[in-house]
Design a protein around this ligand. Structure first.
Ligand code: HPA
Length: 270
């Protein structure tokens, strides 16, 4: 695996001839950030050796290298979800590659179902912590000591300094944000009301089908992580209505400008 990671990282390094410090996974709700990036290079995943190819609607698969504000970034437009059938090794492979390209910070975004009864659909949430509810662990198997320790610490997954900066940015721009715990599940079904209730009882504020695998692997390699989520539907008893992927996308798109602004300013502040 290490060989593959290094080979893929070399391919990207040769193409971009630079070592940007910031990697961004543009999940649902951050597609608009691409428009803010002054694109220097755009590499379709299909052209990157060893990269899986993204299949889900609304997630075009390409790696973008460009300038956001005055900072160089490497942005993944489209990520790999466990529910698509990829193994955890495949889901997290690009993050490992980005580390070897040279990033120090990983910014991730996602859409989620809201579990906290005080919150609204459309709410932006800065992720403070997560619960890994995926049925397979991305670090299961032989540990590559070069990547990180066998038993990685997870007490400070989401960087407090980055989060505080994001809070300040939100405040300065009059954007309301919440802070909360994300529970990562396999999907692809949305939750039943009983499942939403269970995840709330377990201590989560939001639930979604991504992010946790990538963050675990990022922390294994000691990358600094910032996670932001947009609540696209409610899992609160009494508020649950039928939802679809399209509705999730629609709500996410509405919140996109706010999330884009926070991300852009945060990148600037690094
Ligand atoms: N559950 C899981 N994943 C999600 C949801 C949800 O309600 N909304 C958006 N992604």
């Amino acid at each position: 695996m290490l060989e593959k990671i290094k080979a893929t990282a070399s391919f990207i390094k040769e193409k971009i001839n630079d070592n940007p410090e910031i990697g961004i996974i543009l999940g649902t709700g951050l597609g608009g950030l691409v428009k803010e990036i002054e694109i220097i290079q755009s590499i379709p995943y299909s052209e990157i050796p060893n990269f899986p190819v993204s299949t889900v609607d609304g997630h075009a698969g390409r790696l973008i290298y460009g300038k956001l504000g005055d900072k160089k970034v490497l942005a993944m437009q489209g990520r790999f979800h466990f529910y698509e059938g990829y193994s955890m090794k495949e889901v997290t492979f690009p993050v490992r590659v980005l580390k070897y390209v040279g990033i120090k910070n990983l910014f991730v975004s996602n859409a989620s179902g809201g579990l906290n009864p005080g919150w609204q659909v459309g709410e932006i949430v800065l992720i403070t912590d997560h619960i890994n509810f995926f049925p397979e662990h991305p670090l299961r198997g032989k540990n590559e000591n070069e990547l990180g320790p066998r038993f990685p610490d997870m007490s400070k997954c989401y960087d407090e300094r980055l989060r505080n900066k994001a809070k300040l940015i939100a405040l300065q721009h009059n954007i309301s944000v919440k802070e909360g715990v994300y529970v990562g599940v396999s999907g692809p079904t949305f939750e039943t009301p009983a499942e939403y209730k269970m995840f709330r009882l377990l201590g989560a504020d939001i639930v979604g089908m991504s992010t946790v695998p990538e963050v675990i692997v990022a922390r294994h390699m000691d990358l600094k992580v910032f996670g932001i989520s947009i609540v696209t539907d409610s899992g609160v008893p009494g508020e649950i209505v039928e939802i679809s992927h399209e509705e999730v996308q629609e709500v996410a798109m509405k919140a996109e400008p706010k999330m884009t602004l926070i991300m852009k300013e945060l990148v600037k502040s690094i």
